[in-house]
Write a protein that binds this ligand. Sequence first.
Ligand SMILES: [Fe+2]
Ligand SMILES: [Fe+2]
Length: 191
Amino acid sequence: MRKTSEENIFGYLQKHLSPKRFEHSYNVAKFAAELAKAHGADILKAQTAGLLHDCAKFKTDKQLISFCEKRKIMSKYFDGIKKYSPQLLHSYAGAAIAKEKLGITDKDILNAVRNHTLGRENMSLLEKIIFVSDAVSFDRKSAESSKIRKLAFTHFEKAFLKVIAKKIQYVLDGGKWLCPQAIDTRNYYVI
Ligand SMILES: [Fe+2]
Ligand SMILES: [Fe+2]
């Protein structure tokens, strides 16, 4: 059986991620643990999922596509993602790496990694915590992020909705392709 130790995860991340990305992952883990503590989620799972969430971020577009195709990792909008925004696949690939390379078997952790970018219907508290933490971790310096960070302790669901909106707005502002999965997620939680 593969080791699932923290040391193993740190080793993998240090080997594959840039120092900046590593620092971001550490910050996401730290904030996710704080939110887990505040809202009664599993702190260790939050830390682990936070550390792992971007573990596939070092892969190129081409590598991500072939990695996901090889494993038949298919999201509903795979064709569009592949064509217009392959980096979105890093969350799906990340869950596969966590399972295959690091021996993570906990479904909630794997789902939190898998859905940290686009979200989905019916997310668990842990999934939402990682989704929020990724968007407003301590390395996100904007005033808006800092506001949402505070809100996440007092009104977590409101903070979660704000993160969904912030992510969609970011894509719109950049004039980029908006994945319909992000809209599905948004609609599921606002209607
Ligand atoms: Fe990510
Ligand atoms: Fe991230």
